[in-house]
Design a protein around this ligand. Structure first.
Ligand code: NAX
Length: 327
């Protein structure tokens, strides 16, 4: 039997955590042959709730689940971690300025980055889900100098999946007919879902839809989907966010299919004019457990403007956390 993989989940008692843990334990994150040991990190007030979830995990009798440990200390929670899912974050509350939000989250992601640096396994892979996800990932990465920067990623897979679903509905095709969807930039309202390279049954998607739909319906619908879910459900996306986190790690570890790619927010090497070091969403292929930014795509004027606007927002966030001393 194989050695269990250590998966640390922060914010484990939250709503995404509740949708995520059972799928990890049943084998959907790493596959049906890989046992997992769950390490749950919560704030002290939520440890009891996490214990309740752990009781339910026990009650599922998952054959792949080698154990569940609960922590309220980041250093302990990340000791030996192979896959780190950073879900817990400080939400924006009423009257909170953006600077306050960045600072509050810096107080979470700085020590978590340091704890990953101190104790993670050599093969650690980190996915940040908690918002502002790209900048939280940047903060954590900046405090883990001994871990390759490429191991810190942020989630735009939910945006990617939302874009697939909207396009499939528009063209009355199954999502499996779509390849090469891309989300560029920040996981925020400025994100840019790009249909100029997306293929539907082998033909470019942008040529199969009206410009007006692409610009005035598709892009805002994808970018504002989170708000629409809150409006309808009275709570933010949870099961779909957990599903996207599973997809993100599964793709990273097992690879993208031949002839396709995915969207991940990863450290920029300067590709497509995105300043080096920013954690921005790109079209990415994964192979052998490593990701690579897809190179050589033609970027038209419309896409250029959209990408630049979202990347400018990321640069502003980076400057804000930098001036707070968080980088
Ligand atoms: P919840 O408020 O239900 O859960 C968050 C949990 O994190 C709570 O249990 C809280 O106690 C815990 N927590 C807070 N600080 C912590 C710390 N320092 N260490 C460990 N745990 C801590 O939020 P939920 O709906 O689960 O969402 C979690 C995060 O995901 C939010 O930041 C949310 O904005 C973000 N999202 C990101 C998405 C993405 O696509 N990147 C989409 C979904 C979601 O909105």
């Amino acid at each position: 039997t194989r050695t269990p993989v250590n998966v640390t989940v922060t914010g484990a008692a939250g709503q995404i955590g509740y949708a995520l843990l059972f799928r990890i334990a049943s084998g959907h994150l790493l596959g049906p042959d890989t046992p997992v040991r769950l390490r749950l990190l919560e704030i002290p007030q939520a440890v009891k709730a996490a214990e309740g979830t752990a009781m339910e995990l026990d009650d599922c009798a998952f054959p792949l689940l080698a154990g569940v440990d609960i922590f309220d200390d980041a250093t302990a929670a990340f000791d030996g971690v192979n896959v780190a899912l950073l879900v817990g974050a400080r939400p924006r509350t009423k009257g909170m300025e953006r600077g306050d939000l960045l600072e509050a989250n810096g107080g979470i992601f700085k020590p978590q980055g340091a704890a990953i640096n101190a104790g993670a396994a050599d093969d650690v892979r980190v996915l940040v889900v908690g918002n502002p996800a790209n900048t939280n990932a940047l903060i954590a990465q900046a405090h883990a100098p001994d871990v390759p920067a490429a191991r810190f990623t942020a989630m735009t897979r939910l945006d990617h999946n939302r874009a697939l679903s909207q396009l499939a509905a528009k063209l009355s095709v199954p999502v499996s007919a779509i390849r090469k969807m891309t989300i560029w930039g920040n996981h925020s309202a400025t994100q840019y879902p790009d249909l100029y390279h997306t293929e539907v049954n082998g033909k470019i998607a942008a040529e199969q839809v009206e410009d007006g739909w692409l610009r005035d319906e598709f892009i805002p619908t994808v970018a504002k989907r989170g708000a629409a879910i809150i409006e309808a459900r009275g709570a933010s996306s949870a099961a779909s966010a957990a599903n996207a986190a599973i997809d993100h790690i599964h793709t990273w570890v097992h690879g993208t299919p031949e002839g396709d790619w995915t969207s991940m927010a990863v450290v920029s090497d300067g590709s497509y004019g995105v300043p080096e070091g920013l954690i921005s969403s790109f079209p990415v292929v994964a192979k052998g457990g490593e990701w690579e930014i897809v190179q050589g795509l033609d970027i038209n004027d419309f896409s250029r403007q959209r990408i630049d606007a979202s990347v400018a927002e990321l640069a502003e966030e980076r400057d804000a956390v930098s001036s707070l001393g968080l980088l």
